[in-house]
Design a protein around this ligand. Structure first.
Ligand SMILES: [Ca+2]
Ligand SMILES: [Ca+2]
Length: 211
């Protein structure tokens, strides 16, 4: 189970974000409805956000609300990795916890030509989104700094191994050096793109080019 979590941590999710030709950029219209007086940190790519959200069609009809639909809970997602529609990835950056925005999202940054479920093709959608909480994602700058023990802006195999050891202990598993070493090898095969034996901060962070 933990292995699954660690694999997820290092998964090559980012691969799906890369590639493809550039289309003319569609824009999200962002309106700030409420901004809290105090703001300790702002959302950025790689963060995990907890949000309440409502979605409206252009005629003003509500098609989804996290306040009333399903389990009525706010939802967690990672910003900037296309876990949500592109319009959210673009429009929910630099937000404070407690901030509320209205996003108007063109179809190209939402469900496109196909639509999905009750969203008809070519729909421009409006969302009212309130950020309840912001946490560091596994690929955040903060996570990188935590792993980079000697602050040289790259991760050595030893540093990654140390990190795995700590993560395993934190979850109550005994350290297993042989196992960790093979995991480290796996991780470096995937992440050390220029094969210099280190994972640079650029190699570590998500690739944002397509957003
Ligand atoms: Ca280092
Ligand atoms: Ca490298």
């Amino acid at each position: 189970m933990l292995l699954g979590a660690v694999a997820w941590l290092w998964s090559s999710l980012l691969v799906s974000v890369v590639g493809g030709g550039k289309l003319p950029e569609a824009e999200v219209k962002v309106e700030v409805l409420h901004k809290p007086f105090l703001c300790h940190r702002k959302s950025k790519y790689g963060d995990i956000l907890l949000v309440h959200h409502e979605g409206f069609f252009q005629n003003g009809t509500l098609f989804h609300s996290s306040h009333t639909d399903g389990d009525k809970q706010a939802v967690w997602f990672t910003l900037g990795i296309r876990e949500v529609i592109k319009g959210w990835d673009k429009g929910l950056q630099d937000m404070c916890s407690g901030e509320k925005r209205r996003l108007t999202v063109p179809p190209a940054l939402a469900y496109g030509k196909e639509g999905r479920g009750k969203i008809p093709p070519e729909s421009t959608l409006t969302f009212v989104i309130e950020v309840m909480e912001i946490r560091n994602g596994p690929r955040s700058h903060e996570s990188f700094q935590e792993m980079d023990l000697n602050d040289d802006w790259k991760l050595s195999k030893q540093e990654v191994k140390e990190y795995l050891r700590k993560e395993f202990q934190r979850h109550g598993y005994p350290p297993n050096d042989t196992h960790h070493e093979s995991m480290v090898e796996d991780i470096f095969t995937k992440e050390d793109e220029n094969q210099d034996g280190f994972i640079s901060s650029r190699e570590f962070t998500y690739k944002h080019d397509e957003l």
